[in-house]
Write a protein that binds this ligand. Structure first.
Ligand code: GDP
Ligand code: IMO
Ligand code: MG
Length: 423
């Protein structure tokens, strides 16, 4: 069977921490979409790691980690990641498997990403510039190069043709000032290393594991509000970040999916452009950013901050069929006298509980409900019942609104600062 953990907001919910926390219950951890636009942070035993493409189960002994077919892989980024983890995981090459069908991010995909963003000017997406959009576009446009294709005799001629096509596109966007030659040198060096990893037909491997009673954790990247179908389009990423993406991104049938864990922060953040109804462009927002260390795990960009958005959260719980919730970073809200959550949107004088299709242009005024602050300190040591009543009220409110239990509460970045509530 397969369980899924995925983000319910705009990414950076804390998926890395919780995927690592849950890993001991599984045999395999697999990424099913996204690529090095992701930055998943983990902290344990005084050590900190940020993973981009490698699943967050890599630090647990004996666990297989699969980069699935739905992921887009940049060999240069992957190699850098391996360098960061190899001392901690000396047996990584035995436990890290990569799908032959995963698409490659080429140097020109990254350049194209920068060129399209530059051409958009003010309307730019705020992409991570990791080449994600152009790579998925080539995949669906049937021009992509998969990792397995690099082992074929015609790889270099296909690579050259693709690069020529990209250079024409880059030229038409009027973009200059890149050094393809040095990028290519780094790319081919890293590609050689990638080819030494275990490259597999991961759909067979995963299905055989499921048939043998093994348990798989599918680890999402980005967040549901960045999903290409249902997110705040066009300010989204280019993959299916929702639970449905697991089936195509790993090659598992819907009947094998058991549980969906939805993860969210006690407030909201967003990095890059696009609508953000509960955004706080004030001192409160600054304080959340500072206390929550809300800066991109890989890009270092400051994240936009705001109150919890229950309208968006209800939407993404619906889209994913979330069974259990995981709430992160409540500790960041300590010290506030008042905490707020948006319970409805007012658009042109009409109250709605739905995320509008035209979220980018609709004049959304969030309607807030106010909660008493949680005090100055939230500690995981005493368990849930020892937490302040005001905080427990906030939890109960969210559970009631979403009709879904909050099973795990995280109160710090470290692995052990986590409360699991009994069923
Ligand atoms: P991901 O992309 O969903 O894995 O999340 P990121 O790693 O990009 O961002 C989450 C950030 O919050 C990281 O810096 C984590 O170390 C940190 N973090 C995770 N859980 C908690 C928590 O409960 N409290 C606090 N204060 N920080 C947390
Ligand atoms: P994790 O997995 C937060 C955002 C970018 C931009 C938009 C499109 O760490 O939660 P892209 O590079 O995908 O074309 O950028 O999506 N974005 C993320 N925001 N967390 C992420 O990943 C993100 N991955 C992409 O900032 O707005
Ligand atoms: Mg992140």
């Amino acid at each position: 069977m397969v369980d899924i953990i995925l983000g319910l907001q705009w990414g950076d919910e804390g998926k890395g921490k919780i995927a690592d926390f849950l890993t001991p219950q599984y045999d395999i951890v697999a990424r099913f979409q996204g690529g090095p636009n992701a930055g998943h942070s983990l902290e344990f035993e005084g050590k900190k790691f940020v993973l981009n493409t490698i699943p967050s189960g890599i630090f647990r002994k004996g666990i297989l980690n699969i980069i699935g077919n739905g992921v887009v892989v940049d060999p240069i980024r992957l190699q850098a990641e391996i360098e960061r983890i190899k001392d901690e995981c000396p047996d990584y090459s035995e436990r890290l498997l990569v799908s032959l069908k995963a698409h490659l991010i080429l140097p020109t995909h990254r350049i194209l990403d920068a060129a399209s963003e530059a051409a958009k000017g003010e309307a730019k997406i705020g992409s991570t510039l990791r080449g994600i959009g152009p790579t998925y576009r080539d995949k669906t446009g049937r021009n992509g190069i998969r990792i397995g294709d690099t082992l074929e005799a015609d790889f270099m001629s296909r690579y050259r043709e693709t690069v020529q096509m990209h250079l024409r596109q880059i030229e038409s966007l009027g973009y200059t000032g890149f050094d393809l030659q040095s990028e290519e040198e780094a790319f081919f060096t890293a590609l050689e290393q990638l080819q030494k990893l275990k490259l597999v037909n991961s759909e067979y491997l995963i299905n055989e594991a499921i048939a043998n009673g093994k348990k798989v954790l599918a680890e999402g990247a980005q967040g549901s509000m960045l999903d290409v179908e249902f997110g705040s389009y066009p300010f989204v990423t280019s993959s299916t970040t929702l639970a449905g993406g697991v089936c195509s991104g790993l090659g598992v049938a819907p009947k094998h999916i058991r549980k969906v864990y939805g993860i969210f922060k006690a407030y909201s953040t967003r990095v890059g452009g696009g609508p953000f109804p509960t955004e706080l462009n004030d001192e409160t927002g600054d304080r959340i950013r500072k206390t929550g260390n809300e800066f991109g795990a890989t890009t270092g960009r400051p994240r936009r901050t705001g109150w919890l958005d229950m309208v968006a959260l209800k939407y993404t719980c619906m889209l994913n069929g979330v069974d259990e919730l995981i709430m992160m970073k409540s500790d960041v809200l300590c010290g506030f006298e008042e905490v707020k959550a948006a319970v409805a949107y007012n658009i042109h004088g009409h109250e709605t509980h739905q995320v509008p299709a035209n979220l980018c242009s609709a004049p959304v005024e969030p309607q807030y409900r106010s909660f008493e602050g949680f005090g100055n300190h939230l500690d995981h040591l005493g368990g849930f019942d020892a937490l302040p009543e005001s905080f427990r009220n906030y939890i109960h409110f969210i559970e009631t609104e979403l009709q879904t239990p909050i099973r795990v509460i995280s109160l710090g970045p470290e692995r052990d600062k986590t409360i699991v509530r009994p069923k």
